[in-house]
Design a protein around this ligand. Structure first.
Ligand code: FO1
Length: 311
């Protein structure tokens, strides 16, 4: 699909900007590629939390209180599983379970994760294209003071409390980008790094076979929106991870990680003093209101990103 905007996204922050972009771009001009390093198996089912967060958000059915899972879901199945002594720390709602059942069924019969995602999105009325970063399994795990933890163990079971000393993206270096992602890296008019966790959402995408090189060589606009505002993450453990991995969290620290990959870096008005240092990294700094609380904020930021992508 030529001339599309390719957005790279992870969890809740990425989904918010993806929603804004979907309001201002027609379906054929937008593809969102989503991190799958957070995927795991629960109760024998393939769960892709970030894909589902983006899919439910674009479908308008996400739980507004959490930003993940489905609105008005119930947990009857989980309570019944508890009776069998099964670990139930990962909160899968009854309606959400239908997604995992259907995805697992499709994949058991040979569908790729991309094909399963396409079917689920179509059924939920999502018009814009959503694709996993890869059809190969990549799994993020964290080396912590409590041992090696799989992503969801760290994030949900341990509430991001353990101190992290290293992060690995198992399988990434032999995993190819999904077909839609690989195509878009050739044909897109611009790449957008959504305000997603640099370590846990964007890095797994960049670690895939050839992706970093292809993004570096991509000649169109490459726009990033900082997920760190005023030295803190809008949501999640990004700031804590920066500290534990030896760097002061800031929009500048995010920009440094994208040096050579990004041409325009959008930072929040509260961080305007960092703009010259961002520009010294060889990217244009754009100062804007980046906090996305309501739908108007998401659309406003998306319009700015599209404007930067079109210039
Ligand atoms: N996040 C939580 O903090 N607690 C949960 O119990 C939880 C369950 C869950 C179920 C399905 C799903 O799609 C997402 C879920 N998430 C939960 C969110 C998920 O762990 C995170 O959004 C990411 O993987 C990080 O982006």
């Amino acid at each position: 699909m030529p001339n599309e905007i390719l957005a790279l996204a992870g969890g809740v922050g990425g989904a918010k900007l993806a929603w804004g972009l979907a309001q201002v771009l027609p379906p054929e001009q937008f593809l969102v590629v989503v991190n799958t390093g957070d995927d795991d198996e629960f109760h024998g089912l393939h769960v892709s939390p970030d894909l589902d967060t983006v899919m439910y958000t674009l479908a308008g059915i996400v739980n507004p209180a959490t930003g993940w899972g489905l609105a008005d879901d119930t947990f009857t199945v989980l309570r019944s599983l508890e009776k069998y002594g099964v670990p139930t720390w990962f909160n899968l709602g009854d309606k959400d379970l239908a997604t995992h059942l259907r995805r697992s069924e499709l994949m058991k019969h040979g569908a790729s994760l991309s094909q399963a995602t396409e079917e689920l999105c179509a059924a939920l009325g999502v018009k814009h294209r959503v694709a996993p970063m890869s059809d190969d399994p990549v799994r993020t795990s964290l080396l912590t003071d409590q041992g090696v933890l799989k992503f969801q163990e760290y994030f949900v079971k341990h509430r991001c409390e353990p101190r992290v000393t290293d992060i690995t993206y198992e399988g990434a270096d032999w995993s190819s980008p999904s077909p839609a992602f690989a195509d878009a890296l050739e044909t897109a008019r611009a790449i957008v790094f959504c305000p997603s966790n640099p370590f846990l959402s964007l890095q797994p995408i960049l670690e895939l076979l050839g992706v970093r090189k292809r993004i570096a060589a991509f000649s169109g606009p490459k726009i990033a929106v900082s997920p760190i505002v005023g030295g803190e993450a809008i949501k999640g453990p990004a700031a804590k991870l920066f500290r534990e991995l030896g760097e002061e969290p800031s929009a500048l620290a995010v920009a440094k990680r994208l040096k050579g990959l990004c041409t325009t870096f959008v930072l929040d008005t509260v961080d305007r003093a960092l703009a010259p240092q961002v520009e010294a990294l060889g990217m244009r700094a754009v100062v804007a209101d980046t906090i996305m609380t309501g739908p108007e904020d998401k659309v406003r930021l998306a319009k700015l990103v599209v404007d930067l992508a079109t210039r």
